[in-house]
Design a protein around this ligand. Structure first.
Ligand SMILES: [Zn+2]
Length: 105
């Protein structure tokens, strides 16, 4: 039997556990890309374009990417986490009315 919202009774609900996992993954990805891009871009602005690309700059970019990834993942995690209703059971979010509720398994 498909799950329905406990407030508006529509069946447009998503599992918040799944949303949190997706949000964490997406946040990490965005953070990584942003970190890598910002690092590479800021270096290319201050460098002579004909200069060779030192390996330390690649390392810096990788560092920035991993740091940004962790921060992004944490932000994504927090963003979904604050939607969670308190209590036990599987958390669900209604896409029609925005009501968050839990269903005991
Ligand atoms: Zn609803």
């Amino acid at each position: 039997m498909p799950l329905a919202c406990s407030r508006c009774e529509l069946q447009r609900v998503i599992n918040l556990e799944t949303a949190r996992k997706l949000g964490t993954a997406a946040g990490g990805l965005v953070g990584s890309l942003k970190g890598a891009y910002a690092s590479l871009y800021s270096h290319s602005l201050s460098l002579n374009p004909s200069a060779s690309f030192p390996i330390s700059r690649v390392a810096a970019a990788v560092m920035a990417a991993s740091t940004g990834g962790i921060a992004g993942a944490a932000a994504g995690h927090r963003m979904v986490q604050h939607l969670f209703p308190p209590g036990e059971g599987t958390p669900w979010l209604c896409l029609s009315c925005g009501h968050a509720f839990r269903v005991l398994d």
